[in-house]
Write a protein that binds this ligand. Structure first.
Ligand SMILES: C[S@@+](CC[C@H](N)C(=O)[O-])C[C@H]1O[C@@H](n2cnc3c(N)ncnc32)[C@H](O)[C@@H]1O
Length: 262
């Protein structure tokens, strides 16, 4: 099917069906922290530090927080919240401040060319084909060095998972948790992004990763006497998987190719 036709199907579904706007204060702190710490130099070096929050939900709170967090690193950054639901755009307008605006738009990004797109808890409402087309459409709208952070988290942001994409496509996959509330790493499975959730079956790469994390978590049980943060760090150090970047508190990032559905 031509890309335009499938993309149109995805948008029509979003426009035609009631979409949940569930959001929460501080819900996206993990992905925001990752953005401003791991991608700090991207934010600092950009000539046009435009950040899009795609699908901010029933209230603009997470867009407001993103604006504050990004501006703490890059004071001249602009954040634009895009919503496909005009009523949600209208409801957000009072939250506008310098460097923060709200527009109606979808995966075509309302004609903007962002450095960063954060799209959390949006694509889980789409079918897998439409979600993959949405990746292509959003990546095509990025600045050349730009990134898309696309994923899912629970209602209060204790468990999250996201894919980091460049304009050329997916690069890495991150699992993040409030580890003090985590029983086992594989319980993050319920928050897998759309691209992976239907593939978490025995034998698939993502299932093997979660199994390997559980194995390393069990092996690190003695370290758990010092707390789950230390246990998570020990797990990351011993997990037999191609990881990306330096170890981070409560996060594990792996190469996308190592978990991509086969
Ligand atoms: C569950 S809320 C997520 C809110 C917020 N991002 C969060 O994580 O808390 C999903 C929102 O995405 C919006 N949405 C769905 N498809 C969209 C699209 N193609 N473009 C922009 N917004 C979209 C919906 O209208 C809804 O308000």
């Amino acid at each position: 099917m031509p890309r335009e036709k499938r993309y149109a199907a995805g948008r029509a579904r979003a426009l035609g069906l009631p979409t949940r706007g569930t959001t929460n204060r501080n819900r996206l702190r993990r992905v925001d922290r990752h953005l401003v710490e791991v991608h700090r130099s991207l934010l600092l070096k950009a000539s046009d530090p435009l950040v899009v929050d795609l699908g901010y939900g029933a209230t603009p709170i997470t867009a407001v927080e993103l604006h504050q967090r990004v501006r703490a690193v890059r004071p001249d950054a602009r954040v634009v919240g895009l919503e496909i639901d005009q009523a949600r755009v209208d409801a957000a307008l009072d939250a506008r401040v310098e460097g923060l605006d709200f527009l109606r738009g979808g995966f075509e990004l309302a004609g903007l060319r962002p450095l960063v797109i954060r799209a959390l808890n949006v694509l889980r409402q789409y079918d897998e084909t439409a979600a993959s087309e949405a990746w292509l459409t959003m990546c095509a709208g990025l600045q050349p060095d730009g990134i898309l952070l696309e994923g899912t988290c629970d209602e209060i942001g204790r468990r999250a998972a996201w894919v980091t994409l460049a304009s050329s496509g997916p690069v890495s996959f991150t699992l993040a948790a409030a580890v003090e509330h985590l029983d086992r790493p594989s319980s993050l499975a319920e928050r897998l992004p759309k691209a992976l959730i239907h593939h978490n079956v025995p034998g698939s790469p993502v299932h093997r990763l979660l199994t390997e994390m559980d194995r390393a978590w069990d092996a690190a049980a003695p370290v758990g006497t010092f707390g789950n943060r230390q246990r998570w760090a020990a797990m990351c150090a011993s997990v037999d998987w191609p990881t990306v970047g330096r170890p981070r508190d409560g996060e594990l990032t792996v190469r996308w190719a190592s978990v991509a559905p086969t």
